[in-house]
Ligand binder design. Structure first.
Ligand code: ADP
Ligand code: MG
Length: 357
């Protein structure tokens, strides 16, 4: 007795996507079912390669299919087709599925560090990732990624973004000498942001991470006017849990119609580089509490670890230099949660969080 395709699909209806609250067959995630004697091969296509529950869905599906009568082996191949946020009338950037802005808050809270490590974590999870350094005041992404190349220009006059650790990067620092960048004003900034989107040969990207400059302002405004932004990640620190700073930033994103994906608390606690022991220097938990108070998702806390700074200084961020370090794992988990939030929004399923002020 050979198992039928219908039997396989029926049993796979028991596998629920925990975020979308529907089963994977109804969601159309099961793409191909091949039956050869007792062996069943099938493909599950998720909405992001960085899905945090990928392994769980795979083993659940395989176990269920393997339990059908007559099945001797069940193998699920996991793929992904990253959904893009809808255009909403604005001109989409061809090839770029989701633009995620990282920002808000003062300088020095770790926006760039977070941007770079999140980008690399998404890439390690199998996504195609680009990063755009929009910090006119202190563009430091090229250094953090160990890139000192200038973008080459293609035949059709587009800039080819140099790559570092497998992700494509463009920085305002590659285009102008740093001492000139600070005098840029609104209209020039707007031009630069548009150029970064239109005149860069990004190719196909699942995520473009945008590292915003400190504070609220021109760059975020230009970005929101130029492209549909899938969402923003707000970075804060526990001692600076200056609620008013974050509140201002969140207010700005909401005003610009950029969904706030959630809050990251950076430099949350200290992890000893030798013994990995945790110490709460400032008393952690402020970011989580603030997120709850403001009805935002809390995406996770990242410890202080000298390896985070060293990784940035040396062009080898901790996510690639020491992927097992607690800070690297924290960035990886946060990246998964961000991919999850973006996918949920792209499916147009109402968010749990309230977006009104
Ligand atoms: N979790 C962390 N542990 C240790 N050092 C960190 C951590 N996050 C950021 N840093 C360091 O703090 C400084 C400021 O970080 P940066 O990402 O440049 O902040 P921002 O972009 O918000 O101005 C950098 O020297 C960076 O290496
Ligand atoms: Mg920065």
């Amino acid at each position: 007795m050979t198992v039928t395709q219908d039997q396989v699909l029926d049993v796979l209806r028991k596998v629920q996507d925990p975020d979308l609250h529907k089963d994977i067959v109804t969601l159309g995630f099961v793409k191909e079912v091949k039956i050869a004697g007792g062996e069943v091969d099938f493909t599950i296509e998720l909405t992001t390669p960085a899905c945090p529950v990928k392994d769980q869905l795979k083993s659940q599906a395989e176990t269920l299919v393997a339990g059908l009568p007559g099945v001797t082996a069940a193998r699920a191949k996991m793929t992904a087709d990253t959904r893009a946020r809808g255009g909403m009338g604005k001109q989409e950037v061809p090839g770029i599925r989701n633009i995620v802005a990282v920002g808000a808050g003062k300088g020095g809270v770790g926006k760039s560090t977070t941007s770079v490590n999140l980008a690399l974590a998404l890439a390690r999870r199998g996504a195609r990732v680009g990063i755009m350094d929009a910090d006119v005041y202190g563009p430091n992404l090229p250094q953090m990624l160990g890139i000192d190349a200038q973008p080459e220009v293609t035949e059709d006059k587009k800039m080819l973004p140099p790559e570092g650790h497998g992700i494509k990067a463009i920085s305002i620092g590659m285009l102008v000498p740093p001492d000139q960048a600070v005098i840029w004003r609104g209209p020039m900034l707007h031009g630069a942001v548009q150029q970064f989107m239109r005149d860069v040969a990004w190719g196909e990207l699942d995520y473009l991470i945008v590292d915003l400059p400190p504070g609220t302002g021109d760059v975020t405004l230009s970005l929101s006017q130029s492209v549909p932004v899938a969402g923003a990640v707000v970075v804060t620190t526990p001692q600076g849990v200056s609620v008013s700073d974050v509140r201002k930033a969140v207010g700005m994103f909401r005003q610009l119609n950029i969904p706030v994906l959630g809050v990251v608390e950076n430099m949350s606690y200290f992890v000893c580089g030798h013994c990995n022991e945790r110490t709460d220097i400032f008393g952690s938990g402020g970011g989580r509490k603030m997120a709850e108070d403001m009805n935002l998702n809390f995406l996770g806390e990242v410890p202080i670890d000298t390896r985070v700074r060293e990784g940035g200084d040396e062009g080898k961020p901790i996510v690639v230099a020491a992927p097992d370090a607690p800070a690297a794992k924290a960035f990886d988990e946060i990246a998964g949660r961000i991919a999850q939030r973006v996918a949920i929004q792209a499916m147009r399923i109402p968010l749990k969080i309230v977006q009104a002020d």
